[in-house]
Design a protein around this ligand. Structure first.
Ligand SMILES: NC(=O)c1ccc[n+]([C@@H]2O[C@H](COP(=O)([O-])OP(=O)(O)OC[C@H]3O[C@@H](n4cnc5c(N)ncnc54)[C@H](O)[C@@H]3O)[C@@H](O)[C@H]2O)c1
Length: 431
């Protein structure tokens, strides 16, 4: 049954239901150190092939297995792996085979949204860590399934949230960690990206990413904006999201674009889109902070994740990057190269040149993969764990429930079951 439920009361009861714990917390649990980390890819379409390029450049990473349901995609991946000088990987069109292999440490999942959770759960049950592209899950039941499986199997489930590692987001994390913005009170995050032609294409994401616009009304893609803001606020490391309220605008832009660009006899012309163009959610945290979270992938307007954070001593906002420190008057100051150099995150200082050269999303894709593999090699906990994967994905179903029942406030599940109070700060800010 849909998690929207038959009534608001039923939906709220479902949100509040906390399944029994199946294992101890995974917060702060370290990887088992190993010199070479062996990665098995599941899904090598647009995103999988691009992530493969970055992973092949990471010191200490080996890609030992590849899966896709389309053999031609597997062939492209194998060519790249061999070109990078690594041995020919194991190949299969069935992800179960990748999860069962004993030469894979991380199952790295870049499939469409509805194909994330089953391979991740099976990978963990087979003793592998799972890393999933965004969003990890699209239902609360699946968020809990990931948490419970990770705790039961003692394997990590990592959200591959590359935007946490972008140059501006890491710079802000550095500013927050060094106390320059003071005590953080509010953040604004978004995924505003005109994807109309992608959604209506007859290949790649056009084959699966438009369908949710016909069935779901809410924030379909929450993690890119929310992940970095969660880091600034130490979510699950001293604070947590406690409730969400959401509102959607009318739906208009995808339909208008479809009608202007798709032939009259195409089956797409019979589709009814129900997802409002702009969805805005407000999230409150246990410490009383607030987050504005927006989603709009159909309006003709420039790309933005907003990336605003404000505190008792100042504020930062991206698009374009600007900083305001208390006492500097009334205007933002542009983030100049000098300012950037003064506050650049150590990861970008060390790896920025290679990251920019490889170029995946301006370098953040490499930084994310580099960091994941080096933490594994050093036997440290991952920066992003199953609780982050669940809580950053949960605004999807939570916003749908809120919108469906008249923009009601919805309690935010505590996927850590209380462990958020004790954990130390986000590692990427401290080592
Ligand atoms: N983090 C980012 O910046 C970013 C960017 C783009 C996409 N993504 C995410 O990456 C994921 C994949 O998106 P994409 O753009 O590569 O889509 P895509 O359609 O280009 O590729 C998906 C691939 O998965 C394969 N596939 C489908 N079902 C499968 C299964 N059961 N087993 C094995 N392979 C299967 C398809 O054949 C295809 O090759 C999505 O979750 C998307 O949201 C993230």
């Amino acid at each position: 049954m849909s998690e929207i439920g038959a009534s608001a009361a039923e939906a709220l009861a479902m949100v509040q239901h906390e399944p029994p714990r199946q294992g101890a917390s995974m917060l702060g649990v370290a990887f088992e150190a190993r010199d070479v980390v062996r990665v098995g890819f599941v899904g090598v379409g647009g995103r999988g092939l691009s992530q493969l390029n970055e992973m092949l450049a990471v010191e200490g990473a080996r890609v030992t297995a590849v899966c896709d349901v389309v053999p031609g995609q597997i062939r492209k991946a194998v060519e790249r792996i061999e070109k990078a000088g690594q041995p020919r990987p194991f190949q299969s069109t069935d992800w179960h085979d990748i999860c069962r292999r004993d030469d894979v440490d991380i199952v790295y999942i870049c499939t469409p949204w509805d194909h994330h959770v089953d391979p991740a759960v099976y990978a963990m049950e087979c003793g592998k860590h799972a890393a999933i592209d965004v969003p990890a899950a699209t239902t609360l039941a699946d968020c809990w399934r990931l948490v419970d499986t990770s705790e039961r199997t003692r394997r990590h489930c990592i959200q591959l949230e590359n935007c946490c590692y972008d140059v501006d987001e890491m710079l802000v994390l550095n500013l927050v960690r060094t106390g320059q913005l003071g005590r953080i009170t509010h953040g604004e995050a978004a995924y505003i990206h005109d994807l109309r032609s992608t959604l209506l294409a007859d290949h790649a994401e056009g084959l699966w990413r438009r369908e949710p616009h016909t069935t779901r009304n809410g924030n379909l893609y929450p993690t890119h904006g929310l992940g970095p803001v969660a880091w600034y606020m130490d979510i699950h490391r001293g604070d947590r999201f406690t409730r969400l309220v959401s509102m959607s605008s009318l739906q208009a832009s995808l339909e208008a674009y479809r009608d202007a660009t798709v032939p009259a006899d195409s089956p797409k012309r019979a589709e009814t889109y129900v997802c409002g163009d702009m969805n805005s959610s407000l999230i409150q945290t246990a410490a009383g902070r607030t987050v504005l979270l927006q989603h709009d992938v159909v309006t003709p307007r420039p790309y933005s994740r907003i990336n605003l954070v404000q505190g008792t001593r100042g504020a930062f906002c991206s698009y374009p990057a600007r900083l305001f420190l208390d006492g500097q008057g009334h205007a933002w100051q542009a983030v100049t190269p000098e300012l950037r150099a003064a506050h650049e995150h150590p990861l970008w200082k060390q790896q920025g040149d290679l990251a920019r050269k490889l170029g995946g999303h301006g370098g953040m894709d490499f930084i994310m993969n580099y960091r994941l593999i080096q933490l594994y090699r050093r036997g440290l906990p991952p920066d992003i764990d199953v609780y982050d994967a669940a809580a950053w994905s949960a605004p999807g179903p939570l916003s749908e429930i809120s919108v469906a029942w008249g923009d009601i406030p919805v309690p935010f599940p505590d996927f850590t079951r209380g462990a958020w109070r004790a954990a130390g700060p986000v590692r990427a800010g401290v080592d």
